[in-house]
Design a protein around this ligand. Structure first.
Ligand SMILES: O=C(O)CC1=CCC(=O)O1
Length: 266
């Protein structure tokens, strides 16, 4: 376990170097911590230097002071790269992690050599929806809507056949700090990169689970179409969290993307 003091908060991260390989930073989604990447990390051990972190207010990272916006999270990611001495990295962001990646591209494109935008969009959801989630998290607790979130995260097949994991990931969600969860909801609510995605000019791969209930394939497809050099892949048999549900397929797509980037550099 690694911790660093970044922008006034203690941030929990993991850094597993692989010599001579690009650094890929994995940014996770709302209500999860970095353990969602464990199965992908294992499969990419020879392909990249792995970095993952709990965004502030999630997992073992402190929330820190308000106000918090996507800019705060992007500044934390930049601070983590500075802390690790990483000059340029591929950012693989899931959902809000992908929004943070788009924000980092807008504010510090010098740090980014490629983007993997997974189950995400330039704008996710509506203000009404996020305000409802914030109110419920703070007044009734995350458990009050956790079953609804599980429907979005995982496919009916996962619900039917992988009950222990489903229970484990529901526990991961309900153990998040409600204040940290609500702050992240507000950050998503207020973020909109619709006007800036056309300016992204690093290699980009957009990925979505075919049964994603939060950012469906049409939405992620429209993100991909708005980025000039983006490729778009749909993972069969996955909901919103393909790194948990289909890690083999996701790791294969990431490996292929890193190999293509290496070939294009030559
Ligand atoms: O909890 C959800 O609905 C899924 C989600 C939306 C944004 C994010 O990061 O996760």
């Amino acid at each position: 376990m690694n911790f660093a003091r970044i922008n006034g908060a203690t941030i929990h991260y993991r850094h597993r170097p692989t010599a001579g390989r690009p650094t890929v930073v994995f940014a996770n989604s709302l209500g999860t911590d970095m353990r969602i990447w464990n199965e992908v990390e294992r499969r990419l051990a020879d392909d990249c230097t792995f970095v993952a972190f709990d965004k502030r207010g999630h997992g073992l990272s402190e929330l820190g002071g308000a106000p918090q916006t996507i800019l705060t999270h992007a500044a934390d990611l930049a601070g983590l790269l500075d802390h690790l001495g990483v000059k340029r990295a591929v950012i693989c962001g899931l959902s809000i992690g992908g929004v943070i990646a788009q924000c980092l591209y807008k504010t510090r494109s010098d740090l980014i050599e490629g983007l993997i935008l997974c189950d995400t969009a330039a704008k996710i959801g509506t203000a009404e929806m996020w305000n409802g989630r914030i109110n419920a998290a703070l007044s009734e607790g995350i458990a009050s809507f956790a079953d609804d979130v599980m429907q979005k995260w995982f496919t009916p097949d996962f619900h039917k056949n992988r009950g222990e994991e489903l229970a484990g990931y529901k526990t991961m969600l309900t153990r998040q700090d409600p204040a940290g969860y609500a702050a992240a909801c507000a950050a998503i609510r207020d973020a909109d990169f619709t006007a800036t995605t056309a300016a992204i000019n690093v290699p980009t791969l957009c990925i979505v689970g075919d049964q994603d209930g939060s950012t469906p394939p049409e939405l992620v497809g429209s993100l991909a179409r708005s980025i000039p050099a983006a490729r778009f892949e749909v993972i069969a048999g996955a909901g919103h969290i393909p790194c948990v549900e289909q890690p083999e397929r996701l790791a294969g797509l990431i490996r292929g993307f890193l190999n293509d980037m290496r070939r294009e550099r030559k």
